[in-house]
Write a protein that binds this ligand. Structure first.
Ligand code: PLP
Length: 299
């Protein structure tokens, strides 16, 4: 039988047994950086790119997990292996950890930790919705500005994203797209966004997580000769696009067919989106950017 597996306090345990203390700022202050990696057929996609981003997040927040990069890779492989599953999502968390002295609130006075969690592969946007296309709400709730929280540092401070998601559900949407305080498109709760107009792909730049799937789409588009632009985008440009899609590790590309409950383009999943999505999955099946779990376990 397969199940979610965690690595915590130097041990592999069923995820249901992995616990974080309520005394830790990890919990009380969401003082955690993380990264989420997917594996299909036990082949981990772009492991080194995810580890680069994770290391940068740790560096910015001055969190030093007590393991080397190569030890983290081995822990990731072991967690995936122990789930018994072919397709997984694995989250690596660098935690602030417990205060060494409980009477202190100084984040420097903490023993930083590492938690790794492997679960069955999941979809940020439910698979069936993604296939038929989703209704994306451009919500009123704004993305926290970069001057306050740097979205490139992947973190658990999700109040803006969660408020956006709830606002979208209240409006009958499938998910939310948040704007920056000055009204430019940013990203959604767990994904980046793209639009296509007259055969060119555009994605927002600025305060957003520079997604690994987003990076992958730049490469796939180049391969099929599609021009890509990373630029400031305002909501009306998205509303007038021919097609749009979201990108994320957990679910890859999802078509957007409505914006604020109004049809986008011809109201059906776009051809370019489908082409990129098929190419993404085909190349992954062929092992593109893959690191096999067994190869890591053998090292
Ligand atoms: N934006 C946010 C806020 C995210 O949480 C995520 C992924 O979890 C993404 C974008 C997409 O990033 P990636 O493609 O690396 O999964």
């Amino acid at each position: 039988m397969s199940e979610a597996i965690a690595y915590i306090n130097d041990q592999y345990v069923p995820a249901s047994e992995a616990k974080v203390s309520i005394l830790e700022p990890t919990f009380t202050k969401s003082d955690v950086v993380y990264d989420t990696i997917s594996a299909t057929d036990r082949s981990i996609f772009r492991l080194e790119d995810h580890l680069d981003r994770f290391e940068n997040s740790c560096k910015v927040m001055q969190i030093t997990p007590p393991y080397t990069r190569s030890e983290i890779s081995t822990i990731v492989a072991n967690c995936i292996d122990r789930t018994g599953l072919d397709d997984t999502c694995t989250t690596i968390m660098g935690t602030r950890g417990p205060y060494k002295d409980i009477s202190s609130r100084d984040p420097r006075n903490c023993s930083n930790g590492l938690i790794v969690l492997s679960v069955p592969y999941y979809y940020v946007i439910p698979k069936e919705r993604a296939k038929n296309g989703i209704n994306l709400s451009i919500v009123e709730n704004k993305r926290v500005p970069a001057e306050s929280v740097d979205a490139r540092v992947k973190n658990f401070n999700w109040m803006d994203l969660t408020r956006g998601l709830l606002e979208s559900y209240d409006k009958g949407g499938d998910s939310a797209l948040l704007c920056t305080p000055d009204g430019k498109l940013s990203e959604g709760p767990g994904f980046n966004v793209w639009l296509a107009k007259n055969g060119t792909l555009k994605t927002p730049k600025g305060n957003l997580l520079e997604g690994i799937t987003r990076r992958t789409v730049f490469e796939l588009a180049a391969e099929i000769g599609i021009k890509t632009i990373e630029t400031d985008i305002y909501p009306d440009e998205l509303r007038e696009a021919d097609e749009a899609f979201t990108t994320t590790t957990a679910g890859a590309l999802a078509s957007v067919v409505e914006i604020d409950s109004k049809p986008l383009g011809n109201g059906a999943p776009g051809l370019l989106t489908s082409q990129l999505s098929e190419l993404y999955w085909k190349k992954r099946k062929d092992g593109w950017y893959g690191t096999h779990v067994d190869d890591l376990l053998e090292q």
